[in-house]
Write a protein that binds this ligand. Structure first.
Ligand code: S3P
Length: 438
């Protein structure tokens, strides 16, 4: 449990933890590569530790050392595409959808049987979206409870190459199929309705695979081998999002966020903030590990409502809870649509965000695929939210969103299950506290 009260302003510099999506992939591809993969900036959140544990259970040695710069380095001793061992136990994927869906693509092509299971939230998330295309590739993947969810029983087989038209813009589905494609008998391709994050394509290429992208279609040719790499994981823009919004909506604030990954397929939040009038400056634009990175300077801003819809949605999907909060501090109406996927994340984020924002006094209407939010805001920053008791349904992104709400509300906000931030941002509350002006 954590209690928050209104701050007089947020000021200072921080570095957000490593990108969750990139950290997962670095371990997975490292395990399938030949030789060592060294990962700097790895996110040691519960989700990525689930990925490490799953690969350890399949015989992959993964160590943590301290580099010459005193920073931790994760070393994955890859055993090649055919080097995984049958796990003796059920693979515990915890709360992690990325672990589950990506690893399923790998397991489908092995010569052994495995079972994946996670926590209650994970075991209620939809897995048919990967079961259907994997089955088309000839995989045997079954939901043990026959409800289309994990636990999943996967009997590995040699796989057939397919072209798949995915009904969802999901990087987890895309990555699952590309990883199964490593084990297919020819070129596997996938077209998605809008471009989702492209870390898998980029990183597989750096490991030596032939992955081509053209618009929203990507194609993989099964490689003979992947080669271990040095990976520098940039800061996670999805974690930076809480401080971006905090800096914009909190009066008297200026925050510098160092080393944020700003890959185009992830950076929708920056476009939206700027369109709403947010004062965001980029510094030191550079590249790290094949991904664009910058330091961001965020200053309190007078924001205006906007419409967020269509192809931008997959590029900010995880940021929508905190964007919904930001909209409560923007003059006029904000409409968020085409985001039905929010209903099948770690929680039903449309339902939980709306319920909690309303409990704090905001004018929010949940819709089937988003929100309609109205706010009256004057340049003098009249507070619009009132503290309340927030149940975040064990969802890390809800806990962090309402912590930012809490430091902008009159009266106290209590977040009951705040420990769930461990999933992606163990240091979140300490970093938030460090920025406070008392
Ligand atoms: C992720 C993809 C997204 C995102 C999740 C991480 C990934 O999920 O919400 O947090 O690393 O590929 P979907 O692919 O289901 O949209």
């Amino acid at each position: 449990m954590i209690k928050l009260t209104r701050t007089a302003g947020l000021r200072g510099t921080l570095t957000v933890p490593g990108d969750k999506s990139i950290s997962h992939r670095a371990v997975m591809f490292g395990a399938l590569a030949e030789g060592e993969t060294r990962i700097r900036g790895f996110l040691k959140g519960a989700d990525c530790l689930s990925t490490i544990n799953c690969f350890r259970r399949m015989g992959i040695e993964i160590e943590e050392l301290t580099g010459p710069d005193k920073e931790p380095v994760i070393i994955v001793h890859g055993k090649g595409l055919h080097g995984l061992k049958e796990p003796a136990v059920i693979l515990d994927v915890g709360n992690s959808g990325t672990t589950t869906r990506l690893i399923s693509g790998i397991l489908a092509g092995q010569n052994f049987t495995s079972i994946l299971s996670g926590d209650a939230s994970l075991n209620s998330r939809p897995m048919k979206r990967i079961m259907t295309p994997l089955s088309l590739m000839g995989a045997e993947i079954n939901s043990i409870k026959e409800n289309g969810c994990a636990p999943l029983l996967i009997k590995g087989h040699p796989l057939k190459a397919i072209h798949y038209d995915s009904p969802v813009a999901s990087a987890q589905v895309k990555s699952c199929i590309l990883l199964a494609g490593l084990y297919a008998d020819g070129q596997t391709s996938l077209t998605e309705p809008a471009l989702s994050r492209d870390h898998t394509e980029k990183m597989l290429r750096s490991f030596g695979a032939d992955v081509r992208s053209s618009g929203t279609t990507c194609t993989i040719t099964p490689p003979d081998a992947l080669k271990g790499q040095e990976i520098n994981v940039p800061g996670d823009i999805s974690s930076a999002a809480y401080f971006i919004v905090a800096g914009l909506i909190t009066p008297n604030s200026e925050i510098e966020i160092k080393n944020v990954g700003i890959n185009e397929t992830r950076a929708g939040i920056l476009k939206v903030c700027r369109a709403m009038g947010g004062d965001i400056t980029y510094k030191n634009l550079r590249e790290a590990g094949g991904e664009p990175v910058a330091d961001l300077i965020i200053r309190s801003s007078f924001l205006k409502g906007t419409v967020i819809e269509g192809d931008i949605i997959p590029t900010l999907i995880d940021e929508l809870p905190v964007i919904a909060l930001m909209s409560c501090f923007a003059e006029g109406e904000t409409v968020i649509k085409d985001a039905h996927e929010l209903r099948v994340k770690e929680s039903d984020r449309i339902e939980i965000v709306s319920r909690n924002l309303k409990a704090m006094g905001a004018d929010v209407i949940p819709t089937e695929d988003g929100f309609i939010i109205n706010s009256r805001q004057d340049p003098g920053y009249t507070p619009v939210l009132h503290g309340n008791r927030i149940d975040c349904a064990g969802d890390h992104r809800i806990a962090m969103t309402f912590a930012i709400a809490g430091v902008n509300a009159d009266e106290e906000t209590v977040i009951t299950d705040s420990d769930c931030v461990e999933v992606s941002y163990p240091d979140f509350f300490r970093q938030l506290e460090n920025l406070h002006i008392f």
